[in-house]
Design a protein around this ligand. Structure first.
Ligand code: NAP
Ligand code: ZN
Length: 346
């Protein structure tokens, strides 16, 4: 077994604290990554606090992982010791179901293994990236360009792919007006990708003080959603809206901002279901769409796109002992725009 140390939640009521545990040995097709940085996704808060469903504890969260390959199994072909490597929201799947064969492993219908908070194919709990190392099958790790800042790459593995994938699927680009609801970890990546794909991007935010930063990210317009006048002016303006909000909220006022045949893409995952007015949906032939992370091929495509266009996340690097403060600040929307844990502080 491989000895690991990290930060874990022992149950849904206590703060994360130092914890030592074991991972499986490096099998013939596995690599061990020495983790350098791990991004802090709002999902880490939802899951460690049982906001969605009862979790498996102790829980080591973290699914925006980057580091350096430290060991390789005898049949590994994709990585060598010393390579940069990244891991996102999943570490294994069945590889045989329709979704796996279509490169949508995140929806594997037989035996998906997400990066933490479930059991792996060996019957062991999967522990995430708030730790010094991780062992996984090489197929589920990605290459990172040496030209990108490693810490700022970490959030691409969840916030990045989760916004890149639906914007690509819906072919958002030149001639489109795109609105991004919520300027947090996912939201700021949606702005960067929307701009890179050629769309005219508006941020819809509850936080007026984020306007200057939004424009620095490349957003063309900024609407304060609590301001009724600004919302009225924005009515029927957008071809696409991507909603990245983590808290319960009423989506009907946002739906009113779509043009006829506009598409509302939801990626945020508040715990409570929405109330969606049938009139809001029918009037204007509107579409509501969802999107969950992204598969292995598209995640590598996104990382390569980022290398080509020099795109990374805007981050605040933190020591792991400050994770509780980071969670509390995220809940207040007080982060520009992703916390990333420097694992050297472990
Ligand atoms: P985050 O960094 O905390 O950002 C969420 C943003 O939502 C906040 O910065 C804030 O932006 C806005 N917001 C907060 N409360 C709001 C409210 N009551 N009404 C309207 N807007 C509000 O979170 P994140 O890490 O980006 O994650 C966002 C959500 O996506 C989470 O629920 C997460 O679990 C989910 N997620 C889904 C997937 C997927 O596969 N679909 C993948 C990863 C994460 P403003 O200050 O600009 O309003
Ligand atoms: Zn995430």
């Amino acid at each position: 077994m491989i000895h690991s140390k990290g930060y874990a939640a022992q149950n849904a009521e206590t703060e994360l604290a130092p914890w030592e545990f074991e991972r499986r040995d490096v099998g013939p097709h596995d690599i061990l990554i020495t983790i350098a940085y791990c991004g802090v996704c709002h999902t880490d808060i939802h899951l460690t606090r049982n906001e969605w469903f009862p979790g498996i504890f102790p829980m080591v969260p973290g699914h925006e992982i980057v580091g350096i390959v430290g060991q390789v199994g005898e049949h590994v072909t994709k990585f060598s010791i010393g390579d940069r490597a990244a891991v996102g929201v999943m570490v294994d799947s069945c590889r045989g179901c329709d979704d796996c064969r279509n490169g949508q492993e995140q929806f594997c219908s037989v035996s998906p293994v997400v990066t933490y908070n479930n059991l792996d194919h060996y019957g062991m709990p999967a522990y995430g990236g708030y730790a010094n190392n991780i062992v996984l099958n090489e197929d589920f790790a990605h290459h990172i360009s040496p030209t990108l800042d490693l810490a700022a790459v970490a959030p691409l593995l969840c916030a990045g792919i989760t916004t890149y994938s639906p914007l690509r699927r819906w072919k958002v680009g030149k001639g489109h007006k795109l609105a991004v609801v919520g300027l947090g970890g996912l939201g700021h990546m949606a702005v960067k990708f929307g701009v890179a794909f050629g769309a005219e991007v508006t941020v819809l935010s509850t936080s007026p003080h984020k306007e200057e930063e939004a424009r620095k990210l490349g957003a063309h317009h900024f609407v304060v959603t609590k301001d009724e006048e600004q919302m009225k002016t924005a009515a029927r303006s957008f071809h696409f809206i991507i909603d990245t909000v983590a808290a319960d909220h009423d989506i009907n006022p946002y739906m009113a901002l779509l043009k006829t045949s506009g598409v509302y893409i939801n990626v945020g995952m508040p715990a409570e279901p929405w109330q969606l007015s049938s009139f809001t949906l029918a009037m204007g032939n509107k579409v509501v769409a969802g999107s969950g992370a992204g598969g292995l091929p598209e995640t590598q495509e996104m990382l390569d796109f980022c290398a080509e266009h020099n795109i990374v996340a805007d981050i605040e690097l933190i020591a792991i002992k400050d994770i509780h403060t980071a969670f509390e600040r995220m809940l207040k929307g007080d982060v520009l725009y992703r916390f990333v844990i420097d694992m050297a502080t472990l």
